[in-house]
Design a protein around this ligand. Structure first.
Ligand code: PLP
Length: 397
């Protein structure tokens, strides 16, 4: 740690696309006395968290549960419950997390057919429709709403409409869009949707809200064989919901009560802000940030029409190939601002910056863009600073 940080403390700002800075109410609740993960008082906290999650998912019809663990565990619960070994699954990928979703399905024994977009693009609804027409025996499709690795937003509503016409179940990873981009589980007809708290909600990991449709439960009943897993098995979950639900323990194991409390606080704050207003804020901030980055003559990785409202991926100048890590390191050391590089980026030119929850604001993005310009200059790449463009665009945030 540089000497001067002893005075300023080494407080860093997380401008990565998750985990993100915490909402103040989340920070407060993390310092509160512990709760047991069952009992009457806990039951009402848990139930309120479920009701708030329903609002963010836009669902009254689906069951909502909270999976205590990483987002991928919740995705695996969906796959392992719906898909049997040998079943065909169509995986739609525009980057690392789409590929990973397919990999989880492969580990669960599915026969995975993948359609991939070019880097910085998304699979078109037409290409998705053609893939479903060409593969008649598909049981489920795996979709990522916001691909955090390439900073792209996919047309989930259209995919789901097409999938439903083909009678195919839809499993959606909404981990990096939940609370930052509209998701309409009932309106669009999503079957299994996974959100996560440590990105756009500004809470902490380890409590994944999941919406599960009646069609998923019916598909589960029609299985030839039950899943050969315990935790990622809807039968086990349903057993504990019916047996222990009344005692405020509608899940199979101990859960981290702090992560549920954090999820409740963050969900309350999101609902109080107004979800539509909040989604518009993320969109407006992202657009302004991309404009400011372009004014520095840096390239935005995704095409504008599919650029994510919650994370920006940019490319350093060609001459700066290989320098992404150095830039990340310099920004952290000199300014205590943490950004990150690309995933699967052989040229080492990609930089990713999250604008999620509290960081989707001028207060966090102005210092970030100024520090980035200064750091690039310090590394020998003269760029305009972009601050004024961003300040003008974000005058009201
Ligand atoms: C879109 C997306 N899916 C899945 C994941 C994996 O989440 P976890 O590490 O909580 O399993 C991430 C994490 O960044 C993500 O951004």
């Amino acid at each position: 740690m540089a000497e001067e940080w002893r005075y300023f403390t080494d407080r860093r700002i997380l401008m990565i696309p998750g985990p993100t800075e915490l909402h103040p109410d989340v920070q407060r609740v993390l310092c509160s006395p512990p709760h047991a993960h069952y009992g009457g008082e806990w039951k009402s906290i848990y139930n309120e968290t479920i009701e708030l999650s329903r609002k963010i998912f836009n669902t009254e019809k689906s069951d909502v549960i909270i999976v205590p663990g990483p987002g991928t565990l919740a995705l695996e619960l969906g796959i392992a419950s719906v898909v049997e070994p040998g079943d065909n699954v169509l995986c739609v990928s525009s980057g690392f997390f789409g590929d990973r979703f397919g990999e989880v399905a492969r580990y669960c024994g599915a026969n995975v057919i993948t359609i991939k977009s070019d880097v910085g693009s998304v699979v078109s609804p037409d290409a998705f429709k053609t893939a479903l027409e060409n593969h008649k025996e598909v049981k489920a499709v795996l979709l990522v709403h916001n691909e955090t690795s390439t900073a792209t937003l996919s047309p989930i509503e259209e995919y789901v409409r097409i999938a439903r016409r083909h009678g195919v179940l839809t499993l959606v990873d909404a981990i990096s869009s939940y609370g930052g981009v509209n998701i309409d589980v009932d309106g669009w007809g999503i079957d299994f949707c996974v959100g996560y708290p440590n990105k756009c909600l500004a809470a902490i990991p380890s409590a994944a809200p999941v919406a599960i449709s009646g069609e998923v439960l019916e598909a589960f009943e029609r299985r030839r064989e039950k899943p050969r897993s315990w935790f990622t098995n809807l039968e086990v979950w349903r057993h504990y919901i019916s047996m222990w639900g009344d005692h405020g323990h509608p899940y199979p194991t101990t859960i981290n009560t702090y992560s549920v409390l954090a999820l409740r606080e963050a969900s309350r704050a999101a609902v109080e802000e107004g979800l539509e207003k909040r989604y518009a804020r993320h969109q407006r901030v992202a657009r302004a940030f991309r404009k400011a980055v372009r004014s520095m003559e840096l390239e935005i990785l995704p095409r504008e029409e599919c650029a994510s409202p919650t994370v920006t991926a940019l490319k350093l100048p060609r001459e700066a190939a290989g320098k992404a890590e150095e830039l990340v390191k310099l920004m952290l050391e000199r300014y205590r601002i943490m950004i990150t590089g690309g995933i699967n980026d052989p040229e080492k030119r990609v930089i990713r910056i999250g604008h999620m929850g509290v960081t989707a604001s001028a207060r966090y993005l102005l210092p970030t863009i100024a520090a980035m310009a200064n750091s690039l200059r310090a590394l020998g790449y003269p760029v305009a600073d972009g601050v004024n463009v961003l300040a003008e665009e974000l005058a009201q945030f």
